[in-house]
Design a binder for this molecule. Structure first.
Ligand code: NDP
Ligand code: TDO
Ligand code: MG
Length: 295
């Protein structure tokens, strides 16, 4: 089965590339800028017509949450309009599509983890444009899957784990928000989940199609807890560490508002595809250890 993945250097794209060898029969083809530019619809059609994939996996996105507040047009082109173009081009090519989305489609006011059927109500531009992207994909083709994930970290690219380790090199104390809770998700585990889903189609081609799923790391925490776990592992390996003081979001002003509760319930994905992501603490410890070993 041939999978066209958008984006080359993103966290998820690099994680898929690393995990693919464990999934025989799945061939991944990565296309990114300049050949494939989500701001240029013709480049999307060209890439799909050229590669003739069975699956289009949209792993590229405008992920700079604060920057999106002042760059709405680009965020909408990349996160919303491009998803629709990809979906229509996938359908025209007889391919199905996997769209990656986010916990930030929710407003975070619920007390419980969100199920896939909960009402969306984004409170920032990134979340709103990602929600529009979901809708565009549902509209474009029946044979789609939307996978919402959250708080993605990995040994690659820009993410909270790497930011914390880097800041701790020059600071002894840090303030981190403790009133936003969610589910940190290792991109490597996400890759395993998504590849397991695709592998299932090799024997059962229509399995689970046409639905939305939540796929996040096990357990949940605040950003402050997440930072403390990063530093505990780092200290245990002799890496950089810092003391974390929890603060309310009001004390950490940012251009974009963020949901207070963005925990996602993964049970539909686990039941449908038989993959249960590891607990966020274990996944974090692995990624931190690997980052420290690299340096
Ligand atoms: N990061 C997170 O915390 C979360 C991410 N998600 C979603 O998961 C998916 C994967 O995210 P992640 O791997 O972390 O993303 P990254 O920010 O690590 O990577 C984004 C990728 O998108 C590419 N990209 C951005 N703009 C364009 C464009 N105009 N044309 C082509 N490619 C473009 C980037 O290309 P380049 O390398 O050239 O810059 C990069 O490869 C996204 O859909 C995201 O919305 C969901 C929840 C949490
Ligand atoms: C660096 C830093 C951040 N923070 C806060 C800001 C924010 O509320 C939280 C996390 O910061 P980030 O900038 O990593 O968060 P953010 O970019 O909002 O992360 C989000 O990215 C998008 C793409 C998603 O889809 C979401 O699931 C989520 O992962 O921590 C501190 O309190 N102290 C700090 O030193
Ligand atoms: Mg960020």
């Amino acid at each position: 089965m041939k999978i066209l993945v958008t984006g080359r250097a993103g966290q998820l794209a690099l994680s898929l590339a690393e995990r693919a060898s464990y999934f025989p029969g799945i061939e991944l083809v990565f296309v990114g800028r300049p050949e494939l530019d989500l701001e240029d619809p013709t480049s999307l059609e060209r890439a799909i017509a050229g590669a003739r994939p069975d699956v289009v996996l949209n792993a590229a996105a405008y992920t700079a949450v604060d920057q999106a507040e002042s760059d709405i047009d680009t965020a909408r082109k990349v996160n919303a309009e491009a998803a629709g173009y990809l979906g229509r081009a996938a359908r025209a090519a007889g391919a199905r599509m996997i769209q990656i989305s986010t916990d930030y489609v929710f407003d975070g006011e619920a007390a419980e983890p969100y199920s896939e059927d909960a009402a969306i109500a984004p409170i920032n531009i990134y979340g709103r444009t990602k929600a529009e992207g979901e809708a565009a994909v549902r509209e474009a083709l029946e044979e789609h899957i939307i996978v919402r994930t959250s708080w993605v970290f990995s040994p690659f690219g820009k993410n909270f784990v790497r930011t914390m380790l880097s800041v701790a090199q020059t600071r002894e104390t840090l303030t981190v928000v403790d009133d936003q809770i969610g589910c940190p998700s290792s991109a490597l585990d996400l890759a395993d989940g998504i590849l397991s889903m695709i592998a299932r189609w090799q024997r059962d081609p229509r399995h689970g199609l046409g639905r939305t799923y939540h796929l996040v790391g096990g357990g949940s925490c605040s950003w402050a807890d997440f930072a403390r776990q990063i530093f505990a592992t780092s200290a245990a390996h002799g890496g950089p560490t810092a003391q974390v003081t929890g603060v309310r979001s009001a004390q950490w002003p940012t251009p974009a508002r963020r949901p207070r509760n963005s925990r996602l319930d993964t049970s539909r994905f686990i039941e449908t595809f038989g993959y249960r992501p590891p607990h966020w603490r274990d996944a974090t410890a692995q990624v931190v250890a690997r980052l420290l070993a690299q340096n």
